[in-house]
Design a protein around this ligand. Structure first.
Ligand SMILES: Nc1ncnc2c1ncn2[C@@H]1O[C@H](COP(=O)(O)OS(=O)(=O)O)[C@@H](OP(=O)(O)O)[C@H]1O
Ligand SMILES: Nc1ncnc2c1ncn2[C@@H]1O[C@H](COP(=O)(O)OP(=O)(O)O)[C@@H](O)[C@H]1O
Length: 413
């Protein structure tokens, strides 16, 4: 057995890039064979055509952070978030702004996820339809006019091919809508799932036309845009995120909020205590910027999972960096939940005067390095939904203010 000693270069693209990768690999994005380089990106943006003049509406790109070591001439293994190797990208260009371009080759990873069995390549579908004329219907939500589809199919003597464009949280619902519609359309109607992430409307429509053609369609109908009605706030997931200096009052108010919510009994509540997070989730992490960021991302990940299922998660870490707090906001929003930021803005002097755990005295004496507010930064939020200076304020009053924000936002009743 031979073993390779060369380190493999790999990368986990984000959800949109992975969806594009799947379409590149299946041939649905033909004539593209890989992620676009700078010449093609400029040409597409300026003319709606690739550098060689072929019509193509959208810059399909992959971006890597600057610190990633891959360079032109090397192979990059692209993995899904669970670590499965999906494809190899032969890098032909790496630009200053992070684009990594080149052709991709499938590593034959088995498809998984909901409705994986309904994802088929254009070549397979074309072969199966064997030269029949095809009416393709792309859809991002329920179809409102099945009679029109049936009539058009009859007129063209065409087989109907439903292409649900499934991406993100709402993806499975679009596929279910397609399967439901299939039962009411002419016999032989097929459903093939296509993971096309949404774009601006005009680009989205042009890409749908490309996809329909790749799947062998003679005619294409674009289904109506879905009307998304998010549930009322009191049914949506919510992350209430406290941030502030050590001793500012985050845990005290967070616990008070948890108890107030449990007394009302109208929402399920998970309190992710900062100390518990440090002891379990983030055991072994230090207070370096890197470790603090990782700690916050882990807390954010758990909170977003709670919120994904409609729960209310309360977190109360220092979270000194604005960009990392913003990441947590996006994690919550990505699962259809809301995010409320409470800045417990008790000034350093008051926190230090309280010095509940004697840590400030130790930090001043130089015994604790990188102590927030003393020898480490705290970036004041500019996007807080509530700012509370607890100096001279009772705990009950502080908790009431947070409850007030949740009430007026409709998150609790
Ligand atoms: N160097 C340094 N800086 C700040 N805080 C320190 C440090 N070392 C230990 N502690 C104690 O750890 C608690 C903060 O942990 P967090 O997980 O909330 O911090 S962070 O969000 O990851 O920055 C914080 O607890 P709270 O007082 O509850 O905020 C401190 O007691
Ligand atoms: N209005 C208030 N809200 C929260 N804490 C307060 C308030 N007034 C005084 N305190 C006291 O301040 C301290 C805050 O500690 P803690 O909640 O552990 O802060 P943090 O979690 O931000 O480190 C507690 O001893 C608490 O009793």
């Amino acid at each position: 057995m031979t073993e390779t000693t060369e380190p493999t270069l790999d990368w986990v693209p984000d959800a949109r890039e992975l969806a594009d990768l799947e379409l590149l690999l299946s041939g649905a994005f033909e004539p593209l064979t890989g992620f676009l380089g700078s010449a093609d990106v400029v040409a597409v943006e300026e003319t709606g055509r690739l550098a060689d003049g072929t019509r193509w509406p959208d810059p399909v790109t992959l971006t890597l952070p600057h610190h990633h070591p891959v360079s032109a001439g090397q192979d990059l293994t692209l993995r899904d978030p669970e670590g499965a190797a999906i494809a190899v990208l032969s890098v032909t260009e790496r630009t200053d702004d992070g684009l990594v371009a080149g052709p991709v080759k499938s590593l034959g990873a088995p498809e998984h996820g909901p409705f994986a069995r309904l994802r088929r390549s254009p070549a397979e579908v074309r072969a199966e339809l064997g030269g029949r004329s095809v009416l393709a219907v792309t859809m991002r939500g329920p179809l409102d006019d099945l009679d029109e589809i049936t009539a058009t199919a009859r007129e063209l003597d065409a087989a109907v091919l439903l292409l649900p464009l499934a991406f993100g949280e709402g993806g499975p619902a679009v596929v279910r809508a397609a399967l439901k519609a299939r039962d009411r359309l002419p016999p032989g109607t097929q459903v093939v799932v296509v993971p096309l992430a949404p774009r601006e409307p005009e680009i989205d429509l042009e890409l749908r036309e490309h996809l329909a053609t790749a799947y062998g369609a003679d005619e294409h109908l674009a289904g109506p845009e879905p009307v998304t009605l998010p549930g009322p706030p009191h049914r949506r997931g919510l992350v209430v995120f406290f941030t502030g200096l050590s001793g500012s009052g985050k845990s005290t108010i967070a616990r008070g909020l948890r108890d107030a919510l449990l007394e009302r009994g109208t929402r399920t509540v998970t309190y992710l205590d900062g100390d518990v997070a440090r002891r379990l989730l983030s055991a072994g992490l230090t207070f370096s910027k890197q470790d603090r960021d990782l700690n916050i991302r882990r807390i954010g990940f758990v909170a977003a999972e709670v919120a994904r299922h409609g729960g209310l998660a309360i977190c109360a870490p220092i979270a000194p960096y604005a960009a990392t707090r913003d990441e947590v906001r996006h994690m919550a929003e990505a699962v259809g939940a809301d995010f409320v930021l409470v800045h417990v803005a008790t000034p350093l002097e008051e926190c230090e005067r309280r010095d509940r755990k004697g840590l400030y005295a130790k930090a001043r004496a130089g015994l604790i390095p990188e102590f927030t507010g003393i020898s480490d930064p705290y970036e004041e939020p500019e996007d807080a939904d509530l700012t509370l200076d607890t100096t001279g304020m009772t705990v009950d009053r502080a908790v009431e203010s947070v409850v007030g924000v949740l009430n007026s936002g409709g998150w609790i009743r």
